[in-house]
Design a protein around this ligand. Structure first.
Ligand code: SAH
Length: 360
């Protein structure tokens, strides 16, 4: 069993089952996540006997690096091989004052959003908790191995390949490890789950753990959102917005949801759509993040003009909605939002032009 897959409660239970004291599990977590150690024999505050038994029963294993690409802007993209032909992508985005790691939660994605290249490859499988956490551990080690230095990785976003809330059972323990003081020790505002709007799991997330939420909105009305984000047919805007209200209710006043809105030329970027969006979010603890569309082969969409993005943002700001425009990063290495494809096992799905049909 890979230790990256167990949160503190699970690791303590595993230690108790071995006849060990639970605090030994805390010590092991500190070795792995605070000190970056992956060898049991180096865990010097454990007895020799325990180290031997741990090595027999567990492993601490990261996926194999297939390629590393570095963008002219400093963004790095790693392709990591899981089993067989499956590979995922993890992206590191350094900025002034912070450094964000964008991690994947699935191989491919079943949400089928029409403007996202990950959707084009279809869904292959969920990642395990270990495969999610190993991306962070691998990145920290590759970036210099200082696991406690917030300048190396300050923020984690579940914005890589996949829909994190569609893999809830693996994602929840991963979030716990990211937030745990004996794990990566990140603060709750620095771990963001991004969802296309799986309403029932937004409610579960709110109950199970305290973490930041981003919602991929992309359209101000159901007709257009049905087209861009097909899960909207199952959970339409009114239900989604209600779930967003529930998510922030009762949390402290600083808590808001970030609404992501990809800017597609002539599709969702008109002034009347900005006004509709402002109405939809009026009075809610909301920030809007406009994402200039990142193209990929065979897409029918184009990026909005800078003027259209600017005008759209201004309409929102005039209506007191905090609005930012996401800077495009790493597009020269296909590492920008919506450009991650990894590699999927099924040859059929990999076939050129063989876009799979995925039912929800
Ligand atoms: N499935 C989750 C996580 C993906 S996050 C979600 O939908 O939120 C990646 C973000 O990039 C999402 O907001 C997604 O809608 C956006 N995105 C997808 N394709 C894009 C593209 N081609 N250009 C810009 N942003 C895109």
């Amino acid at each position: 069993m890979n230790l990256f897959g167990l949160d503190r409660a699970q690791l303590r239970a595993a230690f108790e089952a071995m006849g060990e004291k639970p605090f030994r599990a805390d010590q092991v977590m500190q070795w792995i996540y605070r000190r970056g150690q992956d060898r049991f024999d180096a865990m010097s505050n454990l007895s020799k006997d325990l180290r031997t038994r741990l090595a027999r029963q567990f492993e601490i294993r990261t996926p194999e690096l297939v390629t590393e690409q570095v963008s002219v802007d400093g963004t790095r993209k790693w392709v990591l091989r899981l089993d067989g032909g499956n590979a995922i992508e993890t992206v590191y985005i350094p900025e002034a004052g912070r450094a964000t790691l964008c991690i994947s939660s699935q191989v491919g994605c079943a949400m089928d959003c029409s403007f996202c290249s990950t959707a084009q490859q279809g869904f292959n499988r969920n990642l395990t908790t270990a495969e999610i956490i190993a991306q962070v551990w691998f990145a920290a080690r590759t970036l210099g191995g200082d696991f406690q230095n917030e300048r190396v990785i300050s923020n984690i976003v579940f914005m890589g390949m996949g829909e994190p809330l569609a893999n809830y059972n693996a994602v929840l323990p991963a979030i716990r490890i990211l937030l745990d003081d004996f794990g990566f020790g990140l603060s709750k505002r620095r771990v963001t789950v991004s969802t296309s709007g799986l309403v029932p799991f937004m409610d579960r997330l709110r109950q199970d753990v305290d973490t930041a939420l981003a919602v991929s909105l992309h359209a101000p009305d159901d007709a257009l959102r049905n087209e861009l984000v097909p899960i909207n047919r199952k959970y339409p805007l009114a239900e989604l917005i209600d779930a967003c209200r529930r998510y922030t209710a009762g949390k402290d006043r600083k808590t808001h949801i970030v609404y992501e809105y990809v800017m597609l030329d002539g599709i969702n970027d008109r002034p009347e759509q900005a006004r509709k969006l402002a109405k939809l979010l009026a009075g809610m603890p909301a920030k809007v993040n406009l994402i200039p569309f990142n193209p990929f082969p065979a897409t029918r969409y184009r990026r909005s003009t800078p003027e259209a993005i600017q005008a759209f943002a201004q309409i929102l700001r005039d209506r007191h909605i905090l609005t930012t425009t996401r800077k495009t990063r790493g597009d020269d290495i296909d590492a920008a939002c919506g450009q991650l494809v990894g590699r999927v096992q099924s040859r059929q799905r990999n076939r050129l032009g063989g876009v799979p049909v995925v039912s929800l």
